[in-house]
Design a protein around this ligand. Structure first.
Ligand code: 13P
Ligand code: SF4
Length: 319
C-alpha cells in the first residue's frame, strides 16, 4: 500500500509539473480513477472523455482507457500531446473491424449513411459519416431514421440490434462484439434474479439480447452509474465491466452491487467481467508516460481530418 501511495503521489506530482490532465474511463483501476479526480481530471464514459479532453486547457492529456479513446482525443486536439499508459490497450470491437474490410463493406453499400461506434480505429472513423457512443446512439439513429436515411452500422452487433429494435431504423450490421459484454448470460441472470427479486438490473447495451431484455435500465456507463445513484432499490445487478463498481460504491455507498453472471465467474473466475485491455492501465504507466514521454498517440493526416468530421458531427448534435 505504501508503495502504491508513493507511486500515486509521484504521478500526481508529474501531472502538475508537466501541466497535464488525466482523462480516465470508469473501467480502469480504482487508483487511477481516484488520481484523476484528485488532480482535476475526470473519470467518465467515452463521450464525455472526448468532450473533456477537447475543452480542457492542458496541453498534455493522459488518457487512461483503450486506444480508440486516446485516438479520439488526438483527432479532436491535434495540437495537444496525448499520452497513454499502455499503447497496446486495444478493444475487441476495434480489432474485429479492420480498415480494408470495412471500406469494402461501405463500398458495397454506397446508398447508406455510415454510423460507427466510438470503439473503432481512426481509419475506420475516417470512412464514416457519424460516430456515436452508447450514450447518444439511440438519439442519433432516431434522427437519421426521421430523415429517411438507411444506415450501415459497425462494429458492435449487440448494440446495433438494440438500437435497431428501439428505433425501427433500417440498419445493415457489421458482425462485431465486445469480448467482455458478450459473456453475460441470460439464463444465469434469471437464476440470480430469483435470489434477488427486488434488485434492479442494469445492463450495458454491448451485452447480448437475452441479457438486455431483462434489464430495468439499459445504457452507457454514465447512465448505469446514474441509475444506481438515483434508484430507489437497495440491490443492483450490474452487467458491465466490473471496474465501474469503484465509482458506483463511491457515489452510492449504502447500496448493494452484484456482478451479473458470465459463463465462468460463478465457478472458475472471480472477475471475468473485466476488460483485459482496460486492465493494462496502471499508475506506473502514467508515471512512465509523463517521465519518459512513452505512449504518445499520433494520428496522421488525412485520416485525422476525415475522422474529425464524424466525431464533431456527434459532439455538435449532443451539445
Ligand atoms: P461507454 O461509452 O458507455 O463508457 O462504453 C465504452 C466501452 O468501451 C464499453 O465497453
Ligand atoms: Fe472494448 Fe469491451 Fe474492453 Fe469496452 S470492455 S474497451 S468494448 S473490449
Amino acid at each position: 500500500v505504501a508503495q502504491r501511495d508513493a507511486l500515486k503521489a509521484r504521478a500526481a506530482q508529474l501531472l502538475r509539473d508537466k501541466g497535464a490532465v488525466l482523462v480516465a474511463h470508469y473501467y480502469v483501476d480504482g487508483d487511477l480513477q481516484d488520481l484523476a479526480w484528485e488532480t482535476g481530471g475526470i473519470v467518465s464514459d467515452s463521450l464525455e472523455m472526448a468532450r473533456f479532453g477537447r475543452d480542457h486547457a492542458a496541453q498534455t492529456l493522459v488518457v487512461a482507457g483503450v486506444r480508440f479513446m486516446g485516438e479520439s482525443a488526438k483527432i479532436l486536439s491535434p495540437e495537444k500531446r496525448v499520452l497513454m499508459p499502455d499503447l497496446d490497450a486495444t478493444c475487441s470491437l476495434d480489432l474485429g473491424c479492420p480498415e480494408a474490410e470495412f471500406a469494402a463493406f461501405c463500398d458495397a453499400h454506397p446508398d447508406r449513411t455510415v454510423v460507427v461506434y466510438a470503439n473503432t480505429s481512426a481509419a475506420v472513423k475516417a470512412r464514416a459519416d457519424w460516430m456515436v457512443t452508447s450514450s447518444c446512439a439511440l438519439e442519433i439513429v432516431s434522427e437519421l431514421k426521421r430523415r429517411g436515411e438507411k444506415i450501415l452500422w459497425a462494429p458492435d452487433r449487440h448494440l446495433g440490434r438494440y438500437i435497431q429494435e428501439q428505433t425501427g431504423a433500417d440498419m445493415l450490421m457489421w458482425n462485431g462484439a465486445c469480448i467482455v459484454h458478450d459473456e453475460f448470460k441470460g439464463l444465469e441472470l434469471d437464476l440470480l434474479r430469483e435470489q434477488h427479486p427486488e434488485a434492479m438490473i442494469l445492463v450495458h447495451p454491448e451485452s447480448p439480447k437475452g441479457v438486455v431484455d431483462k434489464a430495468h435500465v439499459v445504457g452507457s456507463t454514465s447512465a448505469l452509474i446514474k441509475a444506481v445513484v438515483e434508484g430507489s432499490a437497495r440491490e443492483y445487478i450490474v452487467a458491465t465491466d466490473n471496474g465501474i463498481l469503484h465509482r458506483m460504491r463511491q457515489l452510492a455507498p449504502g447500496k448493494t452491487l452484484i456482478e451479473a453472471p458470465t459463463a465462468g465467474n460463478s465457478a472458475t473466475c472471480k472477475s471475468c467481467a473485466h476488460c483485459p485491455w482496460m486492465a493494462m492501465n496502471g499508475l506506473q504507466g502514467v508515471v512512465d508516460s509523463l517521465e519518459q514521454g512513452l505512449g504518445e498517440i499520433h494520428v496522421q493526416e488525412p485520416v485525422r481530418g476525415k475522422a474529425l468530421a464524424c466525431i464533431e458531427r456527434m459532439l455538435d448534435f449532443t451539445a
